[in-house]
Ligand binder design. Sequence first.
Ligand code: ATP
Length: 305
Amino acid sequence: MSSATVRAPAKVNLCLGVGPVRADGYHPLATVYQAVDLHDELRAVARDDDLITVTMHSDIDLHAEAAAVPEDDDNLAVRAAKMLREATGVGGGVDLSIRKVIPVAGGMAGGSADAAAALVACNDVWGAGLSRAELESLAGRLGSDVPFLLHGGNAIGGGRGETISPVLARGSYHWVFAMAHEGLSTAAVYAEFDRLNDGDRIPEPTVPDALLAALRAGDPEALGAALSNDLTEAALSLRPELDDTLSIGIDAGALGAILSGSGPTALFLASDEQHSLDIAFALSSAAGCADVVQSRGPVAGARLS
Ligand code: ATP
Protein backbone atom coordinates (compact mmCIF):
# COMPACT_ATOMS: atom_id res chain seq x y z
CA MET A 1 0.00 0.00 0.00
CA SER A 2 1.24 3.48 -0.86
CA SER A 3 2.42 5.52 2.15
CA ALA A 4 3.96 8.93 2.92
CA THR A 5 5.36 10.74 5.95
CA VAL A 6 5.15 14.52 6.30
CA ARG A 7 6.58 16.88 8.90
CA ALA A 8 4.68 20.14 9.49
CA PRO A 9 6.00 23.03 11.61
CA ALA A 10 4.40 25.20 14.29
CA LYS A 11 4.06 28.94 13.67
CA VAL A 12 4.61 32.06 15.69
CA ASN A 13 3.11 35.46 14.94
CA LEU A 14 5.87 38.08 15.13
CA CYS A 15 3.12 40.68 15.17
CA LEU A 16 -0.61 40.11 15.40
CA GLY A 17 -2.78 43.09 14.57
CA VAL A 18 -6.49 42.42 15.12
CA GLY A 19 -9.25 44.58 13.63
CA PRO A 20 -12.96 44.96 14.43
CA VAL A 21 -15.08 41.81 14.08
CA ARG A 22 -16.52 41.38 10.53
CA ALA A 23 -20.09 40.50 9.60
CA ASP A 24 -19.02 36.84 9.09
CA GLY A 25 -17.75 36.68 12.70
CA TYR A 26 -14.05 36.70 11.79
CA HIS A 27 -11.59 39.43 12.72
CA PRO A 28 -9.36 40.96 10.02
CA LEU A 29 -5.71 40.26 10.86
CA ALA A 30 -2.41 41.82 9.87
CA THR A 31 0.33 39.44 10.91
CA VAL A 32 3.83 38.26 10.09
CA TYR A 33 4.15 34.52 10.48
CA GLN A 34 7.36 32.59 11.07
CA ALA A 35 7.51 28.78 10.89
CA VAL A 36 9.60 27.32 13.73
CA ASP A 37 11.49 24.14 14.36
CA LEU A 38 8.84 22.30 16.36
CA HIS A 39 7.11 19.69 14.19
CA ASP A 40 4.17 17.31 14.19
CA GLU A 41 4.75 14.23 12.03
CA LEU A 42 1.93 12.63 10.05
CA ARG A 43 2.07 9.25 8.33
CA ALA A 44 -0.55 8.35 5.73
CA VAL A 45 -1.14 4.80 4.48
CA ALA A 46 -3.64 4.33 1.62
CA ARG A 47 -6.52 1.87 2.15
CA ASP A 48 -8.42 -0.39 -0.27
CA ASP A 49 -11.80 0.90 0.94
CA ASP A 50 -12.89 4.53 1.31
CA LEU A 51 -12.55 4.89 5.11
CA ILE A 52 -10.46 7.74 6.53
CA THR A 53 -9.16 7.08 10.06
CA VAL A 54 -6.83 8.95 12.41
CA THR A 55 -4.84 7.93 15.48
CA MET A 56 -2.91 10.35 17.67
CA HIS A 57 0.32 9.60 19.55
CA SER A 58 1.95 11.99 21.99
CA ASP A 59 3.55 12.61 25.35
CA ILE A 60 1.18 15.58 25.58
CA ASP A 61 -2.22 15.06 27.25
CA LEU A 62 -4.52 15.01 24.20
CA HIS A 63 -7.69 14.60 26.24
CA ALA A 64 -7.41 17.63 28.54
CA GLU A 65 -10.86 19.08 29.13
CA ALA A 66 -10.08 22.51 27.66
CA ALA A 67 -8.38 21.19 24.54
CA ALA A 68 -9.30 17.60 23.68
CA VAL A 69 -8.09 16.46 20.27
CA PRO A 70 -10.82 14.52 18.44
CA GLU A 71 -9.87 11.17 16.88
CA ASP A 72 -12.79 11.16 14.46
CA ASP A 73 -14.11 13.17 11.52
CA ASP A 74 -13.65 16.42 13.50
CA ASN A 75 -9.88 16.02 13.51
CA LEU A 76 -8.50 18.72 11.23
CA ALA A 77 -6.29 16.18 9.42
CA VAL A 78 -9.36 14.08 8.53
CA ARG A 79 -11.21 17.19 7.35
CA ALA A 80 -8.23 18.05 5.15
CA ALA A 81 -8.09 14.55 3.63
CA LYS A 82 -11.83 14.62 2.90
CA MET A 83 -11.63 18.06 1.33
CA LEU A 84 -8.77 16.96 -0.94
CA ARG A 85 -10.72 13.84 -2.00
CA GLU A 86 -13.85 15.86 -2.76
CA ALA A 87 -11.94 18.56 -4.64
CA THR A 88 -10.00 16.15 -6.87
CA GLY A 89 -12.29 13.13 -7.14
CA VAL A 90 -9.29 10.84 -6.67
CA GLY A 91 -8.33 8.47 -3.91
CA GLY A 92 -9.99 5.93 -1.71
CA GLY A 93 -9.38 5.71 2.00
CA VAL A 94 -6.38 6.43 4.17
CA ASP A 95 -5.13 5.69 7.69
CA LEU A 96 -3.55 8.79 9.24
CA SER A 97 -1.27 8.53 12.23
CA ILE A 98 -0.06 11.74 13.92
CA ARG A 99 2.84 12.11 16.33
CA LYS A 100 1.97 15.35 18.11
CA VAL A 101 4.73 17.57 19.47
CA ILE A 102 3.15 21.02 18.95
CA PRO A 103 1.20 22.03 22.09
CA VAL A 104 -2.59 21.70 21.79
CA ALA A 105 -4.52 25.00 21.97
CA GLY A 106 -1.18 26.70 22.55
CA GLY A 107 -1.52 29.45 19.94
CA MET A 108 1.01 27.67 17.70
CA ALA A 109 -1.51 26.28 15.18
CA GLY A 110 -0.84 22.59 15.83
CA GLY A 111 -4.20 21.50 14.42
CA SER A 112 -3.59 23.55 11.27
CA ALA A 113 -0.13 21.98 10.95
CA ASP A 114 -1.77 18.54 10.95
CA ALA A 115 -4.24 19.70 8.29
CA ALA A 116 -1.39 20.99 6.11
CA ALA A 117 0.50 17.71 6.61
CA ALA A 118 -2.59 15.68 5.64
CA LEU A 119 -3.02 17.68 2.41
CA VAL A 120 0.61 17.03 1.38
CA ALA A 121 0.55 13.35 2.42
CA CYS A 122 -2.80 12.48 0.80
CA ASN A 123 -1.88 14.37 -2.38
CA ASP A 124 1.09 11.99 -2.55
CA VAL A 125 -0.47 8.63 -1.56
CA TRP A 126 -3.56 9.17 -3.72
CA GLY A 127 -1.52 10.53 -6.64
CA ALA A 128 -3.82 13.56 -6.83
CA GLY A 129 -1.08 15.62 -8.47
CA LEU A 130 -2.12 19.04 -7.07
CA SER A 131 0.54 21.76 -7.25
CA ARG A 132 1.70 23.61 -4.13
CA ALA A 133 -0.40 26.63 -5.23
CA GLU A 134 -3.51 24.44 -5.65
CA LEU A 135 -2.94 22.90 -2.20
CA GLU A 136 -2.57 26.40 -0.71
CA SER A 137 -5.90 27.50 -2.12
CA LEU A 138 -7.64 24.40 -0.66
CA ALA A 139 -5.84 25.07 2.62
CA GLY A 140 -7.48 28.50 3.00
CA ARG A 141 -10.89 26.82 3.20
CA LEU A 142 -9.72 24.60 6.09
CA GLY A 143 -8.47 27.32 8.43
CA SER A 144 -6.75 30.69 8.63
CA ASP A 145 -3.27 29.33 9.43
CA VAL A 146 -3.23 26.31 7.09
CA PRO A 147 -1.93 28.09 3.93
CA PHE A 148 1.02 29.48 5.87
CA LEU A 149 1.93 26.08 7.33
CA LEU A 150 2.20 24.74 3.78
CA HIS A 151 4.25 27.76 2.76
CA GLY A 152 6.64 27.98 5.76
CA GLY A 153 9.50 30.47 6.17
CA ASN A 154 8.30 34.00 6.91
CA ALA A 155 5.20 35.56 5.36
CA ILE A 156 2.69 38.34 5.83
CA GLY A 157 -0.83 37.12 6.58
CA GLY A 158 -3.88 39.23 5.70
CA GLY A 159 -7.63 38.63 5.48
CA ARG A 160 -8.37 36.38 8.48
CA GLY A 161 -4.76 35.14 8.19
CA GLU A 162 -5.25 32.93 5.14
CA THR A 163 -3.98 35.40 2.51
CA ILE A 164 -0.24 34.88 2.38
CA SER A 165 2.22 37.27 0.76
CA PRO A 166 6.01 37.22 0.74
CA VAL A 167 8.14 39.28 3.10
CA LEU A 168 11.80 40.20 2.64
CA ALA A 169 13.64 38.58 5.52
CA ARG A 170 17.06 37.36 6.43
CA GLY A 171 18.57 35.70 9.48
CA SER A 172 17.81 32.74 11.68
CA TYR A 173 16.34 33.40 15.12
CA HIS A 174 16.67 31.67 18.49
CA TRP A 175 13.35 31.24 20.31
CA VAL A 176 12.38 29.93 23.71
CA PHE A 177 8.79 28.74 24.22
CA ALA A 178 7.18 28.48 27.64
CA MET A 179 4.27 26.04 27.39
CA ALA A 180 1.42 26.51 29.87
CA HIS A 181 -0.16 23.70 31.89
CA GLU A 182 -3.50 24.10 30.13
CA GLY A 183 -4.47 25.25 26.61
CA LEU A 184 -6.52 28.36 25.91
CA SER A 185 -9.39 28.33 23.41
CA THR A 186 -8.77 30.68 20.48
CA ALA A 187 -12.51 31.43 20.30
CA ALA A 188 -12.59 32.36 24.00
CA VAL A 189 -9.68 34.79 23.58
CA TYR A 190 -11.35 36.52 20.61
CA ALA A 191 -14.62 36.73 22.57
CA GLU A 192 -12.72 38.39 25.44
CA PHE A 193 -11.06 40.74 22.91
CA ASP A 194 -14.54 41.77 21.68
CA ARG A 195 -15.80 42.22 25.24
CA LEU A 196 -12.84 44.39 26.25
CA ASN A 197 -13.11 46.52 23.09
CA ASP A 198 -16.89 46.78 23.04
CA GLY A 199 -17.86 50.26 21.90
CA ASP A 200 -14.25 51.22 21.00
CA ARG A 201 -13.31 52.25 17.50
CA ILE A 202 -10.68 49.65 16.58
CA PRO A 203 -8.59 50.68 13.56
CA GLU A 204 -7.95 48.35 10.62
CA PRO A 205 -4.81 46.38 11.56
CA THR A 206 -1.44 46.95 9.88
CA VAL A 207 1.99 45.31 10.10
CA PRO A 208 4.42 47.68 11.90
CA ASP A 209 7.14 49.15 9.65
CA ALA A 210 9.73 48.63 12.42
CA LEU A 211 9.11 44.88 12.35
CA LEU A 212 9.49 44.66 8.57
CA ALA A 213 12.70 46.73 8.74
CA ALA A 214 14.10 44.43 11.48
CA LEU A 215 13.38 41.33 9.39
CA ARG A 216 14.89 42.90 6.26
CA ALA A 217 18.03 43.72 8.24
CA GLY A 218 18.12 40.33 10.04
CA ASP A 219 18.53 42.28 13.30
CA PRO A 220 17.40 40.25 16.36
CA GLU A 221 17.55 43.21 18.77
CA ALA A 222 15.32 45.34 16.55
CA LEU A 223 13.02 42.37 15.96
CA GLY A 224 12.72 41.73 19.70
CA ALA A 225 11.72 45.35 20.29
CA ALA A 226 9.15 45.25 17.47
CA LEU A 227 7.30 42.04 18.50
CA SER A 228 3.62 42.78 19.22
CA ASN A 229 0.33 41.02 19.82
CA ASP A 230 -3.08 42.71 20.02
CA LEU A 231 -4.55 39.66 21.80
CA THR A 232 -2.28 40.10 24.83
CA GLU A 233 -4.75 42.04 26.96
CA ALA A 234 -7.54 39.53 26.28
CA ALA A 235 -5.35 36.47 26.95
CA LEU A 236 -3.98 38.01 30.17
CA SER A 237 -7.49 38.88 31.27
CA LEU A 238 -8.35 35.14 31.05
CA ARG A 239 -4.96 33.96 32.40
CA PRO A 240 -3.41 36.73 34.56
CA GLU A 241 -0.58 34.40 35.65
CA LEU A 242 0.89 34.53 32.12
CA ASP A 243 2.16 38.00 32.98
CA ASP A 244 4.56 36.40 35.51
CA THR A 245 5.91 34.05 32.84
CA LEU A 246 6.54 36.99 30.46
CA SER A 247 8.31 38.91 33.27
CA ILE A 248 10.63 36.00 34.06
CA GLY A 249 11.82 35.86 30.43
CA ILE A 250 12.26 39.64 30.26
CA ASP A 251 14.25 39.61 33.52
CA ALA A 252 16.44 36.89 32.01
CA GLY A 253 17.33 39.37 29.25
CA ALA A 254 15.05 38.25 26.40
CA LEU A 255 15.23 40.64 23.42
CA GLY A 256 11.45 40.46 23.20
CA ALA A 257 8.62 38.60 24.94
CA ILE A 258 5.04 38.10 23.74
CA LEU A 259 2.28 35.52 23.76
CA SER A 260 2.13 33.27 20.72
CA GLY A 261 -1.09 33.96 18.79
CA SER A 262 -4.02 33.60 21.18
CA GLY A 263 -1.72 32.11 23.84
CA PRO A 264 -1.12 30.66 26.32
CA THR A 265 2.36 29.73 24.99
CA ALA A 266 4.80 32.58 25.69
CA LEU A 267 7.67 33.19 23.30
CA PHE A 268 11.00 34.84 23.94
CA LEU A 269 13.65 35.95 21.48
CA ALA A 270 17.28 35.24 22.40
CA SER A 271 20.44 36.63 20.81
CA ASP A 272 22.22 33.27 20.41
CA GLU A 273 22.24 29.64 21.54
CA GLN A 274 23.80 30.35 24.96
CA HIS A 275 21.37 33.20 25.64
CA SER A 276 18.47 30.94 24.73
CA LEU A 277 19.78 28.33 27.18
CA ASP A 278 19.95 30.99 29.95
CA ILE A 279 16.37 32.11 29.30
CA ALA A 280 15.15 28.50 29.18
CA PHE A 281 16.87 27.81 32.51
CA ALA A 282 15.25 30.84 34.17
CA LEU A 283 11.80 29.75 32.94
CA SER A 284 12.19 26.09 33.83
CA SER A 285 11.37 26.65 37.50
CA ALA A 286 8.45 29.06 36.84
CA ALA A 287 5.20 27.83 38.38
CA GLY A 288 3.18 28.60 35.24
CA CYS A 289 5.45 26.63 32.87
CA ALA A 290 4.62 23.03 32.06
CA ASP A 291 7.56 22.78 29.66
CA VAL A 292 10.25 24.98 28.13
CA VAL A 293 11.46 24.39 24.57
CA GLN A 294 14.30 26.01 22.61
CA SER A 295 13.68 26.37 18.89
CA ARG A 296 14.94 28.05 15.71
CA GLY A 297 13.11 29.78 12.89
CA PRO A 298 12.37 30.16 10.09
CA VAL A 299 12.00 26.60 8.75
CA ALA A 300 10.24 25.13 5.69
CA GLY A 301 6.51 24.41 5.56
CA ALA A 302 4.86 20.95 5.49
CA ARG A 303 7.11 18.62 3.46
CA LEU A 304 7.40 14.92 2.62
CA SER A 305 10.23 13.42 4.67
P1 ATP B 1 -4.40 28.56 16.57
O1 ATP B 1 -3.06 29.09 16.96
O2 ATP B 1 -4.49 28.14 15.10
O3 ATP B 1 -5.56 29.38 16.99
P2 ATP B 1 -4.06 26.59 18.61
O4 ATP B 1 -2.63 26.25 18.39
O5 ATP B 1 -4.34 27.50 19.77
O6 ATP B 1 -4.66 27.18 17.29
P3 ATP B 1 -4.74 23.87 18.07
O7 ATP B 1 -3.76 23.04 18.80
O8 ATP B 1 -4.54 24.04 16.61
O9 ATP B 1 -4.88 25.29 18.79
O10 ATP B 1 -6.17 23.19 18.31
C1 ATP B 1 -7.28 23.78 18.84
C2 ATP B 1 -8.41 22.75 18.91
O11 ATP B 1 -8.64 22.16 17.62
C3 ATP B 1 -8.12 21.58 19.82
O12 ATP B 1 -8.43 21.85 21.14
C4 ATP B 1 -9.00 20.47 19.23
O13 ATP B 1 -10.29 20.53 19.81
C5 ATP B 1 -9.15 20.82 17.77
N1 ATP B 1 -8.40 19.91 16.85
C6 ATP B 1 -8.90 19.25 15.80
N2 ATP B 1 -7.94 18.53 15.17
C7 ATP B 1 -6.80 18.74 15.82
C8 ATP B 1 -5.48 18.25 15.64
N3 ATP B 1 -5.13 17.43 14.66
N4 ATP B 1 -4.53 18.71 16.51
C9 ATP B 1 -4.87 19.57 17.49
N5 ATP B 1 -6.11 20.03 17.71
C10 ATP B 1 -7.09 19.62 16.88
